[in-house]
Design a protein around this ligand. Sequence first.
Ligand code: DX5
Ligand code: ZN
Length: 236
Amino acid sequence: MALFVKKWNFQDRIIAPSLLAADFGRVADETTRAINSGADWLHLDVMDGHFVDNISFGPALIQAIHETNDVFLDVHLMITRPDHFLPRFVAAGADMITVHIEPEADHDVALTLKAIREAGCQAGLALNPATPFEAVVPHLQDIDLLLAMTVVPGFGGQSFMPEVMPKIEEAVAFRTEHELAYHIEVDGGIGAETAPIAIAAGANALVAGSSTFNAPDMKEAVSRIRKSQIAPEEAP
Ligand code: DX5
Ligand code: ZN
């Protein structure tokens, strides 16, 4: 965990390129490219081949990034036993650790969130497109970030699911009503065309993999997402 001068709150727009779309042969350089392109956070998708049908990378790679670059590490665990592996991600330098609510994740979510905070990290809770907002409600007092998946997790490059937006609106209403301060992050299919939809619904942290790392000009891609907003005539 690094100490950042800048502290983000849910009013800040945060752009978090996902390393999953980077060139894995040049991970340190790709991270530097993301930072130089204006990334606020680096999003790190950890997949174990059980919780999702893909295997990505683990704590060793995250530690290598931590040692070579100074950027807020937003670690998204798509693994069945986040509680078991948690200490290794903390030691690797994670700043935010997000775990899933779904029952396939075989752990006590409340205990895991508590352990994340006790380890000095920020705690995030993710829900899949098919999971209703009610599932996360018991934990909303205990998190720093709510991650609404806008694709079925497992792979980059999928299409944004606008049907998730009502859940984001529910999360905003709950946050206001209970005077909470969690970020609302969206992940999957985010680019300059879809970001305005998520922002209009109330998301402030935007994960973007393919649309940033695979863009001809990453800086331009990050900047377009940062500046994007829904046209007034289309706003809800
Ligand atoms: C999907 C991952 C996402 C993914 C997003 O399981 O959680 O973070 O990298 O990739 P894009 O932006 O390409 O949809
Ligand atoms: Zn992710």
